[in-house]
Design a protein around this ligand. Structure first.
Ligand code: FAE
Length: 546
């Protein structure tokens, strides 16, 4: 019967107003809007790069690829400067926390927006976005014509905002992900090295069975298995001992307070706690937050001239700096690196880049959906924000679905999923001279294959369970979250725009070392693959180029 109201059985007897007022929840609080805003943290204390500096290695971006490159270069004795457009995220705001809670977004939450743009935009069909001050916040919802690409901004890149799922692809799928890379080397050396560096670990299975905060995942597993799909545990970078203490009430809550999209104040091992901590310990790396690279061009005396804008926290340019670097590593993320390279090829700054630059971009087949469960299948009012497992139907149906939390603080009777699918569509970045920007030609309709692949799992589960899709999370009467991606990949594909180790064709001393190298899909969540590939490439570059 609840099939007809489209809201799910769980909402019977709970009025909309009662629901919102009664929760203090991630979504409910967002719906209230207009709360007092925490004072924003101040800017970074460390001295940023000086205009006119002459550096050995300059790394653009501080996410996974950039952090691996900087650490290994520093360990090899090279002086490294990392340039990051986002903030340092090392100073608490007036609420005592570095990161804003998901339930109460403020300026810290979004990159230069005056209104939140939450991935789940609606609840019970009502929009939940709210006004915020414009600020250099942590999550960028970057709009292109056919897709919104979510990315982390700040020292740590995507590791600051992501779900922490640290998934190594199945070995048999690797050949389709990076066909020119030696599989044995990756699985024997670089995936283990990446996982060790990132601190990946799988949940204690006994605790999983009993933890209140993972009831949603146990329900997800039960429904998957009853329909004949394997449910697989995946490692994460969360500190599991810390989460157990959160559950016991012994420490401040982070995953169990629903923290995720706008930063995690305690238990998640973001890059700040792993690679970047090691980087700082070398003493050979400086990091300049709130600096955005705008140009790289060959310098007269060899090396490269790099131009950057220093930003204020309202996003204005307060200084423009020019430095020179012997080598430049593009690690601005799939979108950031692609936009820079496409612009620099078009405006003649890097004329020898080849025609593969800007090509081969994909969304890792991301699509989201929710299912409305029966009253006898509650998913729990307390949900850990860190997913622990997924439904693997990659071989038969082209989909790997992460069983995701919906941490609203109340019982929703909803199961929520982020599917990664084998979507074959690839888009291209191009320079739009009239608008002075880089465009991406992704089309909204290109998500349809992803929807079909996700349906290979959820239509079957719905039939088996006698349940329906939620239609209230992404708009009014809209089942699929097919307007976004969390996993941008490609744009400077390995062995095409670069050689087989990320050296850009046409300009010796320029390298790509981030998600732009991976051609659009990794079959699972991507950061372990980005990290492992960076470990492989930088080892070769240090051995042969320096
Ligand atoms: P990335 O981490 O994006 O770092 C690039 C950095 O460069 C950023 O800090 C930028 O601010 C900076 N930058 C860009 N342009 C410039 C410029 N011009 N000048 C200076 N700096 C610049 O790149 N992946 C998983 O494997 N598991 C998950 O559970 C997961 N969950 C996610 C959840 C969300 C909400 C999001 C947004 C992503 C998630 N991801 C997840 C994806 C993952 O974070 C992403 O693939 C990696 O962060 C990409 O790593 P890169 O090194 O390529």
């Amino acid at each position: 019967m609840h099939e007809r109201d489209g809201h799910g059985a769980g909402y019977r007897g709970v009025s909309r107003r009662g629901f919102i007022a009664g929760t203090g929840s991630i979504l409910g609080a967002a719906a209230l809007g207009g709360r007092a805003l925490a004072t924003q943290p101040s800017g970074p204390a460390a001295a940023p790069i000086a205009a006119g500096a002459n550096v050995q290695a300059l790394v653009i971006g501080t996410g996974y690829g950039g952090s691996v490159a900087a650490l290994r270069l520093a360990q090899a004795g090279v002086d490294v400067h990392m340039i990051e457009m986002g903030m340092a995220w090392d100073t608490p705001g007036s609420d005592g926390k570095i990161f804003a809670n998901t339930t109460n977004p403020d300026g810290r939450s979004y990159w230069l927006r005056t209104k939140t743009k939450q991935p789940l935009s609606n609840f019970l069909g009502f929009p939940i976005d709210r006004k915020i001050p414009r600020y250099t916040g942590i999550l960028d919802a970057e709009d292109f014509s056919g897709i919104t690409v979510y990315q982390g901004r700040g020292v740590g890149g995507g590791s600051l905002v992501n779900g922490g799922m640290a998934v190594t692809p199945k070995r048999e799928n690797f050949g389709a992900i990076l066909p020119s890379v030696d599989v044995d080397e990756m699985y024997n050396t670089y995936y283990p090295r990446a996982n060790a560096g990132l601190g990946s670990a799988t949940i204690d299975p006994a605790w999983f069975e009993s933890a209140e905060c993972y009831q949603y995942a146990r329900v997800g597993r039960k429904h998957a298995q009853r329909s004949g799909f394997p449910f697989v545990f995946v490692p994460t970078v969360y500190d599991w001992d810390y989460m157990k203490q959160e559950a016991a009430g012994a420490v401040p809550k982070s995953a169990l307070a629903g923290e995720i999209l706008y930063g995690n104040n305690y238990g998640k091992r973001s890059l700040q706690k792993t690679y970047l901590a090691q980087i700082k310990a070398t003493g050979k790396v400086t990091i300049s937050p709130l600096h955005r690279v705008t140009s790289v061009a060959p310098a007269a005396g060899g090396g490269y001239t790099v131009v950057m804008e220093q930003l204020s926290t309202s996003g204005d340019t307060v200084a423009t700096k020019t430095v020179t670097a012997d080598r430049v590593f593009f690690a601005a993320g799939s979108v950031g690196t692609s936009k820079l390279l496409v612009k620099l090829k078009a405006n003649g700054a890097l004329p020898n880049l080849n025609g593969e630059v800007g090509q081969g971009w994909g969304d890792n087949g991301n699509v989201m959906c929710g299912r409305a469960n029966h009253l006898w299948d509650p998913t729990g009012s307390l949900q850990a924000s860190i997913p622990t497992g997924g439904i693997d139907n990659w071989t038969a149906g082209g989909a790997f679905a992460e069983v995701a939390p919906l941490p609203t603080g109340i019982e929703t009777y909803a199961s929520f999923y982020l599917s990664i699918t084998k979507n074959p569509n690839r888009a291209q970045f191009s320079w739009n001279a009239a608008a002075n920007r880089v465009d991406l030609n992704w089309q909204a309709s290109w998500k349809q294959p992803s929807i079909e692949m996700a349906k290979s799992i959820f239509d079957k589960i719905n039939r088996k369970e006698g349940t329906i899709y939620r239609t209230d999370l992404f708009g009014v009467s809209k089942i699929w979250g097919d307007h976004l991606t969390y996993h941008p990949l490609g744009g400077a594909v390995l062995n095409k725009a670069t050689d087989n180790y990320g050296r850009l064709h046409g300009h010796p001393g320029l390298y790509v070392i981030d998600g732009a190298l991976i051609p659009g899909n990794t079959s699972v969540n991507p950061f372990v693959s980005i990290t492992a590939l960076a470990e492989r490439n930088i080892e070769k570059i240090i051995a042969t180029d320096l």
